[in-house]
Write a protein that binds this ligand. Structure first.
Ligand SMILES: NC(=O)c1ccc[n+]([C@@H]2O[C@H](COP(=O)([O-])OP(=O)(O)OC[C@H]3O[C@@H](n4cnc5c(N)ncnc54)[C@H](OP(=O)(O)O)[C@@H]3O)[C@@H](O)[C@H]2O)c1
Length: 168
């Protein structure tokens, strides 16, 4: 199954200067729970924003640069792979599906846009507020139906809602 997880503000903003626009540790804990033990698929910019492979997950990074990550010891990490083409991406998604493994798409904007129509489920955190952003989550309302929602307030008083949806 292909799942997509993202946090966006009330205008679907998701990032600024290759960082998250808000400080919301509770959502990072939620992200960790949802992704542990899984394949996490991301764009090269999101990987660089995180800065390292996520522990207890298998990181798969899309980049058109066949030399990336250059002289890094990442190449020998068993829990890290790169994909350079759409053909390689399709082969990876088929491989995971045949093994019954979930693939969690974790961003960023370009990768969400590319795969939104392929996702079986969405897990969206809507963060209250209208932040200064330079990247967005695509429109999804017509493609998914909600099946669960929970409202929360962070320790710092920031409101957020976690919405789970499946493809129609
Ligand atoms: N709020 C959230 O939940 C959330 C989650 C994740 C990220 N973000 C934010 O999103 C922003 C980053 O998003 P972004 O759109 O700029 O970057 P991105 O989607 O993370 O990465 C884009 C890169 O992916 C690679 N790529 C894209 N399409 C490809 C294809 N068909 N084949 C091979 N490689 C491909 C390219 O890498 P190369 O240039 O190396 O070829 C491209 O530059 C940041 O601000 C980040 O903080 C927010």
């Amino acid at each position: 199954m292909i799942k997509m997880i993202a946090a966006h503000d009330t205008n679907k903003g998701i990032g600024i200067d290759n960082k998250l626009p808000w400080h919301l540790p509770e959502d990072l804990a939620h992200f960790k729970r949802e992704t542990e033990g899984k394949y996490v698929l991301m764009g090269r910019k999101t990987f660089e924003s995180i800065g390292r492979p996520l522990p207890n997950r298998h990181s798969v990074v899309l980049t058109r640069d066949t030399e990336w990550p250059y002289n890094s010891d990442l190449a020998s990490n068993d829990n890290f792979d790169t994909l350079n083409t759409r053909v390689e991406l399709l082969e990876f998604l088929n491989y995971a599906e045949q093994r019954g493994e979930d693939v969690i798409v974790i961003g960023g904007s370009e990768i969400y846009q590319m795969l939104i129509k392929s996702a079986d489920e969405l897990i969206i955190t809507v963060v209250e507020g209208d932040y200064k952003v330079d990247s967005y989550f695509p429109d999804y309302e017509q493609l998914f139906e909600e099946y669960e929602r929970s409202q929360h307030t962070s320790k710092t008083g920031l409101g957020y809602t976690i919405i789970r949806m499946r493809a129609v």
